[in-house]
Design a protein around this ligand. Structure first.
Ligand code: KIV
Length: 346
């Protein structure tokens, strides 16, 4: 699905009219309304056998791109902790961090169903806490639903949040917030007993009124059986192709994790290479005086230039590259291979 260019992206706007980061027009504008994805849409897709597409996003620009690509569901996962904040697991992520990132994502979303993760500790103490924190994600941050990890032990809690009018996406199988109980990030559901447990989880979450269910890190055969058995739309990650939809972490998809990908990840782009290349070229251009050029500079009106000439104020000679001579001289020194190596740290 293509939405065409953003209304503010047509042509290069002058700095005086719009800074380079501006506000998104939500809902596509009155002239181009975009039907939003809802809980009902997800159910209809399951019934019609149409795949549900889902991805994580953690900030405005990635949410904007993911939404524009026609992805149905955007998850502000607590994976933000690892993908963006540099934590070693998802456990340290706080409610305030989730609210902060969800608000940024909400500003970039026009069509997708926006789900925010309930972080570790935000629903483990009491149902009251869970409802209060889920309501924050909807009320303060703009989420349409929350995601809660856990199976039948969380079903009563899921029901309480649903009764507070907040749709819940459940999450079973490999649940990263249980990393210590699971003794690491291990594929789940590999024994008959464990498979029966996952069935019971899905059944109790369906009865609790969950809107959909994420199946993470379980054998393909188990995910296929649960998908066929439950009326809930299933969204898989490391759960094979037979789920009703698929979700991946944005940073895995575009190679921004700086570590080897898990087996279930497919890389569709190399943002690390793209960014590194752009950054090095920028650095080199600044050092060589190639950036900014005259075309990237503002100029005095001719009249003011003439008036200034009368004042006798010193005027540095333009060098052709847009750099005053003194800066070019320092650049020449820095451009020596040894100085460049020192700067690059290699
Ligand atoms: O936090 C997250 O990104 C998730 C997905 C992996 C489903 O929970």
């Amino acid at each position: 699905m293509e939405f065409g260019p953003h209304p503010l992206q047509k042509g290069g706007a002058a700095l005086e009219k719009t800074m380079s980061l501006t506000k998104l027009l939500r809902g596509g504008g009155a002239d181009r309304p975009i039907p939003p994805v809802t809980v009902q849409t997800l159910l209809e897709k399951k019934r019609a056998g149409q795949p549900i597409t889902a991805l994580t996003a953690y900030d405005y620009p990635t949410a904007f791109l993911v939404d524009q690509a026609g992805i149905d569901l955007i998850l502000v996962g607590d994976s933000v902790g690892m993908a963006v904040l540099g934590y070693e697991s998802t456990l340290p992520v706080t409610m305030d961090e989730m609210v902060h990132h969800t608000r940024a994502v909400a500003r970039g979303v026009r069509r997708a169903f926006l789900v925010a993760d309930m972080p570790f500790g935000s629903y483990h103490v009491s149902a009251e806490d869970a409802v209060r924190n889920a309501a924050r994600l909807v009320k303060e941050a703009g989420a349409h639903a929350v995601k809660i990890e856990g199976g039948r032990t969380r079903a009563a809690l899921v029901q309480r949040v649903v009764e507070a009018e907040i749709p819940v996406v459940a999450h079973i199988g490999l649940t990263p917030q249980s990393v210590h109980r699971m003794s690491g990030y291990q594929v789940q559901g590999r024994t008959t007993e464990a498979v029966e447990g996952l069935y019971a989880d899905a059944e109790s979450l369906q009865a609790a009124g969950a809107a959909a269910i994420v199946l993470e890190g379980i054998p393909r055969e188990v995910a296929a059986r649960i998908t066929a058995h439950t009326s809930l739309p299933t969204i898989g990650i490391g759960a094979g192709p037979d789920c009703n939809g698929q979700i991946l972490v944005f940073h895995d998809l575009v190679n921004l994790t700086f570590s080897p990908p898990a087996k279930f990840v497919r890389r569709y782009g190399d943002a690390a290479a793209l960014f590194s290349n752009a950054l090095r070229r920028y650095r080199d251009d600044v050092i060589s005086g190639g950036f900014p050029g005259d075309a990237e500079s503002y100029h005095l009106p001719k009249k003011v230039t003439a008036e200034l000439a009368e004042t006798g104020l010193p005027a540095p000679e333009p060098t052709g590259s847009g750099q005053p001579q003194c800066i070019l001289e320092s650049a020449a020194v820095l451009a020596e291979p040894a100085a460049l190596a020192r700067l690059a740290g290699d």
